[in-house]
Design a binder for this molecule. Sequence first.
Ligand code: FAQ
Length: 314
Amino acid sequence: MGEEKRNQQFQNRIDNGETIEPKDAMPDRYRQQLIRMMSQHAHSEIVGMLPEGNWITRAPSLRRKMILLSKVQDEAGHGLYLYSATETLGASRQEVINQLLEGKAKYSSIFNYPTLSWADVAVIGWLVDGAAIINQTMLARSSYGPYARAMVRICKEESFHKKQGYEMVATMADGTPEQQEMIQDSVNRWWWPTLMMFGPHDDDSPNSEELIKWGVKSKTNDELRQSFVDRHVQEAHTVGLEIPDPDLTFNEETEHWEFGEINWEEFWNVVKGNGPMNRHRMKARREAHTKGQWVRDAAKEYARKQQLSEEKAS
Ligand code: FAQ
């Protein structure tokens, strides 16, 4: 069968809403697109542990420390499911991790901003996890089975993360004048970078068309960004916080919040590795990888001994 016919058959399966599984035939480009997107997603979860991890030792109470510890551990778990899901496409974990460590793979721009105060932990939970849920609820319906299934569990955990973040935001917004100032300052710093998480404008998003055609994405970057804005402006106003956007207006006809222009120059600068924390994050990641070598060696040795003793027993 010719390539064109195979591609048409694959497209028919997608159009019929079928799920693609690891051993199914798939166009090479579909496989490559998924490896790119899923591995970058995994890296984002792992690098994403760093900004909040920075505050674990300085949490204001034991309760907050326990919540933050579990949240950061959950993000590690998400990274691991996603590396495993990427392996089903034939890309080894070592290979994709090396791409990150060598600076060849991207991870989400949002994690290249600093966490300057405890309020940032609250705002990351509310806005960053809130953005992740909107994007990932769509991906839970993606055409590739292992990715979609990983997203179902990840979304459940992310929605708890968002709730704990919003609860903390509401507590601070209802607190002393200093706490109110701290939380507003944090929203002012994180709002625009969070909007950038959804990626470039649709006109400037080279991957969207193909990903939508193949049912990996079902909404565009701008559509998801708009859902995020509509939901979070309302949540900000409910707890008395301002959104740092003088152009924000509610359009009664469309029932959407219209917002100002994103600073795309800043976005591309961060994506290219020149954001406020890019170098710091990569240095921390490389150091953690080197320091973890003994753990990987010990796990391999344990597996070798297990196999030996199983072979002896049989
Ligand atoms: N940052 O053509 P498009 C989380 C790149 S997880 C950096 O529109 P696409 C959990 C893009 O890769 C957050 N790079 O690309 C958590 C492409 O470059 P490439 C991560 C970006 O794939 C919470 C180029 O620009 N989530 O937060 C960004 O159609 C709290 C052109 O862009 C995911 O990864 C960006 N923001 O759409 C953890 C979800 N945006 O690769 C800890 C899965 C775009 O061709 C604490 N990924 N680029 O060289 C996706 O949904 C999509 O890949 C997008 C980009 C929406 C990120």
